[in-house]
Ligand binder design. Structure first.
Ligand SMILES: [Zn+2]
Length: 100
């Protein structure tokens, strides 16, 4: 399992739900990276990316990999290497992320 495979198999919505964030019907959630009262983190399921509308937020635009990096505060490689047994849920299967 490599980063690019993770990217293909994990949807942005699934990753957010792993962190307890449930997108509303407009695919928006409260942003985890700045004080947010109205959902300003927009998800784009088609491109599997997100965008935070707040100009004072460092989340900006990104994909599942960048989201994990921001929320875990480490590189994705580092995260999956130090958590080799972390299980992630994809739409059709549960797979294990193996460190390279
Ligand atoms: Zn934000």
């Amino acid at each position: 399992m490599e980063i690019k495979d993770i990217k293909q198999q994990l949807s942005i919505g699934e990753v957010l739900s792993l962190y307890g964030l449930q997108p509303d019907k407009y695919h928006r959630v409260l942003c985890s990276f700045h004080p947010d009262k109205t959902p300003s983190l927009q998800l784009y399921p088609k491109t599997n990316t997100y965008l935070c509308f707040s100009s004072s937020c460092n989340a900006g635009i990104g994909d599942v990999i960048k989201f994990i990096q921001l929320i875990e505060k480490c590189s994705t490689h580092e995260y999956f290497t130090t958590n080799p047994a972390t299980y992630h849920i994809s739409t059709s299967q549960i797979f294990r992320v193996k460190p390279k």
